[in-house]
Design a protein around this ligand. Sequence first.
Ligand SMILES: NC(=O)C1=CN([C@@H]2O[C@H](COP(=O)(O)OP(=O)(O)OC[C@H]3O[C@@H](n4cnc5c(N)ncnc54)[C@H](O)[C@@H]3O)[C@@H](O)[C@H]2O)C=CC1
Ligand SMILES: O=C(O)C(=O)Cc1ccc(O)cc1
Length: 370
Amino acid sequence: MNEPERSARLAGPVRVVGAGLLGASIGLALCAHGVDVILDDASPSALDLAIDYGAGRRAAVGDAPVLVVVCVPPDVTAPLIERELAAHPDAVVTDVASVKLEPFLALQRRGVDLTRYIGSHPLSGRERGGAISARADLFYGRPWVICRDAETPGWALGLVEDLALDLGSTPLEMTPEEHDRSVALVSHVPQVVASLLAARLIDAPEIAVALAGQGVRDTTRIASSDPSLWLQILRANAEPVVEVLRDLSRDLDTVVAALTSINSEGEATPGTRRAIADAIAAGNAGVARLPGKHGQNRRFVTLTVMVDDTPGALGRLLTELGEIGVNMEDLRLEHSPGAQIGFAEIAVVPEVKQRAIDDLVARGWRIAGL
Ligand SMILES: NC(=O)C1=CN([C@@H]2O[C@H](COP(=O)(O)OP(=O)(O)OC[C@H]3O[C@@H](n4cnc5c(N)ncnc54)[C@H](O)[C@@H]3O)[C@@H](O)[C@H]2O)C=CC1
Ligand SMILES: O=C(O)C(=O)Cc1ccc(O)cc1
């Protein structure tokens, strides 16, 4: 078998402890760059599986990693960082746990010398764990938070930045506190909300579930995440998560109070309708702050093309969009229940929308809503 050409900033070897979703994804991406990746896992079958997928090799006597990446559940992250710092005195040690303050404080309390430790966290993941779900492109185009402190030497920081860059991520420096408050808002509370919302479906009548469209799918996508991982994440970041949940709970109470104060004749105390409209408008303002493709704050517009449920139909649409010179910023597919038709929702920059519609219609495509 041909060795992949070395194309990475990192020289390696890189030791990855925990060969699950994150560890095997890092291993796959680094191996594809020709970096020597040493894998380790407490579970022999998890290790075998990740090696079978090509995410790295077994450890050997005399291995001298330049970088160790700890990719285990949050509960065991701090003890493993301590173990790896001691076992590899010339290596920089990082971890990818979803919480940064608690492991850092635990290590400080134990008096561990943290000069060679730099916490980090790639902001990308999947609902399913294990090497079976691993992907070399998991981190591509996503932020990778790096928590250095005043004692962190530049060369050590450089190694973790190189890891993020080799995997296609954008390194971002933050303190552990800033990181944990930020992810409480953009990752941890969304997980709780998605899970609670999806749980409403358990006892819903079949006919109600059959009506589910993109709205409920979008807002519950991450509800299939692993409960044991999330229990650990939420417990370790409880304070910032509770702060956001309390604000959310207050807003929910406001909407509930407003809706219940409108009587069956549609009469309501002054301000009631405004309270409801304000809640929805605040959502408009919040969602407009989410970065779009390439991290821009630019908003795209969408056009929805009806696509016959036949082999190659979607491929033809994408080819024709290329032929008419329209750059697709995003694509979402929805199936119409009970009909042999799909809807391709295509995001484009506002300037090209009308031309895209005109050209597609001229080529025989049907645009929904026209
Ligand atoms: N799942 C996700 O989407 C993301 C997870 N993270 C973080 O990455 C870390 C790993 O998560 P996943 O890869 O999703 O989990 P995973 O469950 O897919 O993999 C964890 C691996 O660690 C191994 N392991 C557990 N205890 C160990 C120990 N004491 N020694 C050696 N290996 C041990 C397990 O056998 C398993 O193979 C977690 O800290 C998580 O917070 C970060 C970003 C995204
Ligand atoms: O799928 C998503 O949007 C996620 O938010 C996945 C995710 C889960 C845990 C993390 O620590 C980081 C990212």
